[in-house]
Design a binder for this molecule. Sequence first.
Ligand SMILES: [Zn+2]
Length: 97
Amino acid sequence: MIIFGTKGYLYQLAILTLVCGHCGNPAAHTLRKRVTKFTLFFVPLFPISTKYATQCTFCGTEQKVTGEQAEQLQTQAVAGGYGGQQQHGQPQQPYQS
Ligand SMILES: [Zn+2]
């Protein structure tokens, strides 16, 4: 007898400040990855589906994103830090005497 099934895993990848497409607020969004794994005798073997979504913390709306978009958002999150939306680096002050 073979027992097989699936098991879902949820990972929180990043928190980003985005303008929500639903409520229109520039609210914090969580970027999540949902992986469904194939299990055999309750042992997860390999992922059969990977899905990404952002969820607005203000209204709770979940929006699906592609893997590529998720990667871009993660890069943004790392570059900008949590909540501190700094873009294009610091302005350089020229030294003049
Ligand atoms: Zn929202």
